[in-house]
Design a protein around this ligand. Structure first.
Ligand code: UDP
Length: 405
């Protein structure tokens, strides 16, 4: 499978991966997160773990267990770290820690590297034993302006780790441990991103009853306030006053996100019985369907208010689509305004640019083309994997700036 990346990224990249991975042969790298399906973290791990294995690194992936209440608390932590104000009671934190202890007691946490993703399982660090395994906390959240009460509660937990990884420079914090910048990636060979023929795209759109007789504007996202689906509807309505087009909001759920149903109900309410707004709820494994929908769309929107990275942006750019996205979190890493996409700050701005791009198809096409090359150079899985492998190696050489292979 590794060889299949060579035509896309160049053979030298694959050779480098093999060279670095040789130094890590047989090492056990245990990833832990909070959901096997839904959301960007699961999306990445699904592809990263098999590729690591192919390279001879013994990568594994476990998911912590928690009840509905636990996920309600961790969603509040997630939102608060993204900067939203949330109310916590002391029993929320009690539940958080009880769940960490329960999981720590039941899980096999023996490994050379414990790679713990996001705050939900961060407390597993209580199991850290001196001299046995190195622990990395991988933060996928936009930590640029966190609620300080919550961050101050989490920070001492994070500082027990050996290293931390953030997705964008703006997310770094004052920490006593090493911080590394590694942005996420998409897999060009996955069902979500591989090439599809026009016939395949058409067949999937027919099956999902997505009409293609008018320009299609799409946002693909979990139904989450931070993705601002209601703002997308408002922007769309401003555009449709002038231009005949349709809006498609595609969403699914994630096991660790209990807010989805509430947001979806609000979205349905706002869309009312507008025949030009299509709302599609797909199972979280509908990768090829999302791929086809992104390809069938004229413009992709990602109107996030906060965003760790926003894989959907790279997914759309990789398909050569013009993307209009909120200028937040990791999105400006992916889009240079008016070169490889459009960055916006408001509903009105989003509406303005939707109109501009619908009326300037050549400009829109150019944005998509530039975006695809930017993703090729920066946001494909092979670069991401290389940086993870280098990080694992660097942990063998604490305090050294250079690791000789
Ligand atoms: N996704 C999906 N189905 C949906 C909504 C989202 O498969 O109904 C995928 C989307 O294509 C992307 C991931 O879930 O690969 C979302 O990652 P992103 O970083 O955009 O956002 P997150 O959900 O992690 O906040």
């Amino acid at each position: 499978m590794l060889e299949q990346y060579a035509p896309i990224v160049g053979a030298g990249v694959i050779d480098d991966l093999r060279l670095i991975a040789k130094k890590l042969a047989g090492r056990v790298v245990r990833n832990v997160n909070s959901t096997a399906v839904g959301g960007g973290v699961a999306e990445i791990l699904n592809r990263m773990v098999p590729l690591c294995k192919e390279l001879g690194v013994d990568a594994r992936w476990d998911v912590i267990k928690g009840g509905e209440q636990f996920y309600a608390v961790t969603k509040k932590i997630h939102n608060a770290l993204h900067g939203a104000t949330q109310e916590f009671s002391p029993s929320d934190w009690d539940l958080y820690w009880q769940t960490q202890e329960l999981n720590a007691a039941q899980m096999d946490l023996n490994a050379d590297i414990l790679f713990i993703h996001d705050p939900q399982p961060a407390g597993l660090i209580v199991k850290k034993t001196p001299g046995k395994g190195r622990w990395i906390w991988r933060c996928h959240i936009d930590l640029s302006s966190p609620d300080l009460a919550v961050w101050n509660a989490l920070k001492p937990v994070v500082e027990r780790y050996d290293a931390s990884v953030f997705s964008a420079p703006a997310f770094s914090q004052v920490l006593s441990i090493q911080q590394v910048l590694i942005s996420p990636s998409i897999d060009p060979l996955s069902d979500k991103n591989r090439d599809l023929t026009q016939e395949e795209v058409a067949a999937i759109c027919d099956r999902l009853q997505i009409p293609r007789d008018r320009p299609l504007i799409t946002q693909v996202s979990r139904f989450d306030y931070l993705k601002d689906p209601v703002g997308v509807i408002e922007a769309f309505r401003m555009v449709r006053e002038r231009i005949d087009c349709r809006l498609l909001l595609v969403g699914g759920s994630a096991d660790d996100d209990p807010e989805g149903a509430k947001v979806l109900a609000e979205v349905r309410d706002r869309a009312a019985d507008d025949p030009d707004i299509l709302i599609l709820c797909l199972p979280p494994t509908s990768h090829v369907e999302i791929n086809a929908i992104q390809r069938a769309s004229d413009i992709i929107v990602q109107k996030s208010i906060r965003e760790g990275f926003g894989l959907t942006v790279s997914e759309a750019l990789w398909k050569g689509k013009p993307v209009i996205a909120g200028a937040v979190g990791g999105i400006p890493l992916q889009i240079t305004h008016k070169h490889s996409g459009i960055l916006t700050h408001s509903v009105e701005g989003t509406a303005y640019w939707l109109k501009q791009l619908l009326q300037s198809p050549d400009f829109a096409r150019k944005l998509g083309e530039n975006g695809r090359e930017h993703v090729r150079d920066n946001f494909l899985l092979t670069r991401h994997l290389r940086e993870y492998l280098m990080l694992f190696l660097s942990l063998d050489h604490p305090g050294k700036d250079v690791v000789y292979l």
